[in-house]
Design a protein around this ligand. Structure first.
Ligand code: ADP
Ligand code: MG
Length: 368
């Protein structure tokens, strides 16, 4: 019988990294979230050959302090969380300290960073596949951090081939997810550009540091999108059945138990939806995520008024950090919502009431 023994360290690293960074989309998401966590107000995402050659994310955030250079890309090293209990009050996107270390294992990874007092001088940091710092040099830089990911998955031949084969679909996902961050984040300038081969750089979209998600949506999807949208602002009542005075949450009195749904949805009048459900975006406290049940509830209610089309949905669920868990999947896209069924019931009632409350089911062209 074969002997049971530990897998060698470098292999463990590669195996785990492939679960954190599953595709092009996860690279982009992790890097943009790091920029947001660093307090950036401007984020510039640049691709060469749709990310197959280079993915570059530049921010004007805090920068990285020299005492963190050595540990920056080591596995499970993070400045955001130190004990498991911190997870329940988490205010940052990141918390596991896995993204940069995984990117080292799966690409040629480097960083240029600069803290305010040092500008216009910054430091370029190069990393080995293990996540260890392998080189350092002084370069010109402004305050903030730029991360370079080159030749993603080059050392995982099967995944690299899959990425190349499916690049069209992957690219669509990447642009979609960047649009989600650009729309939900107010006060932040996003710019996304792509360069094919040695060709000209083209900007896919950019936001202007707007104060509202409405203005962001105009920047990303065009002004026409807005005409048939109505504002969502639903307060979901989630009292326990054992009496309205009892708190829904089991946490102490400082916690909020209510859930607010804020965003935009297509008017359900016929002709004012979309042919396919291609623009449906869900967020939990501004974190883009996949919420199949919530999506289903929205689509069900809408269908009762407009059976032939799908709505544009932009939905941010605002709730206390005690009421959900983001530590479900390595890519953090799946979120566990506490008492989801009751929330969905309340959501459907409120949405129906909203659609009924005005002339939302009458086409705009037929309104008096
Ligand atoms: P996590 O985000 O879970 O902490 P990461 O591997 O994504 O893990 O990042 C590791 C650490 O590197 C972060 O905790 C943060 O301190 C630092 N870092 C990463 N990206 C940036 C950035 N753009 N600006 C400043 N610091 C960064
Ligand atoms: Mg991170």
């Amino acid at each position: 019988m074969a002997t049971i023994k530990a897998i060698e360290g470098a292999s463990v690293h590669q195996i785990q990294s492939g679960q954190v960074i599953v595709d092009l989309c996860s690279v982009v998401k992790e890097l943009v979230e790091n920029s947001l966590d660093a307090g950036a107000t401007s984020i510039d995402v640049r691709f060469k050959n749709q990310g197959l050659d280079v993915i570059e994310v530049q921010d004007n955030g805090d920068g990285i302090s020299p005492h963190n250079y050595e540990t920056l890309a080591l596995k499970h090293h993070t400045s955001k969380l130190s004990t498991y209990s911190d997870l329940t009050t988490l205010q940052t996107f990141g918390f596991r300290g896995e993204a940069l270390s995984s990117l080292c294992a799966l690409s040629k990874f480097s960083v240029v960073t600069c803290m305010a007092p040092d500008a216009p001088k910054g430091t370029r940091l190069d990393f080995a596949t293990s996540g260890k710092l392998s080189g350092m040099s002084v370069v010109a830089a402004q305050k903030g951090t730029t991360v370079f990911v080159e030749n993603l998955f080059n050392n995982l031949p099967v995944r690299r081939r899959e990425l190349e084969r499916n690049i069209k679909r992957e690219w669509g996902k990447v642009v979609g997810v960047l649009g989600q961050y650009a729309c939900i984040q107010t006060g932040i300038k996003f710019s996304v550009s792509q360069q094919a081969g040695k060709g000209k750089k083209t900007t896919l979209f950019s936001t202007k540091g707007n104060r509202s998600t409405r203005e962001n949506i105009v920047n990303v999807f065009g002004a026409k999108t807005l005409t048939a949208l109505i504002a969502l602002d639903l307060n979901l009542e989630l009292e326990t059945t054992s009496g309205p005075s009892q708190r829904w949450s089991t946490q102490d009195d400082g916690d909020r138990k209510d859930i607010r749904i804020v965003g935009h949805i297509s008017r359900p009048a016929s002709g004012e939806g979309r042919q396919t459900p291609d623009r449906q975006m869900f967020f939990v406290n501004a974190r883009p995520c996949v919420l199949p049940q919530v999506s289903k509830a929205f689509n069900e209610v809408y269908k009762a008024y407009n059976g032939s089309q799908s709505p544009f949905i932009f939905c941010n669920i605002e709730l206390d950090t005690h009421l959900y868990d983001v530590n479900v999947s390595p890519d953090k896209r799946t979120i566990l919502l506490h008492d989801q069924n009751r929330m969905l019931e309340s959501l459907k009632e409120s949405l129906t009431a909203l659609f009924e409350s005005q002339d939302y089911t009458v086409p705009i062209s037929q309104l008096p």
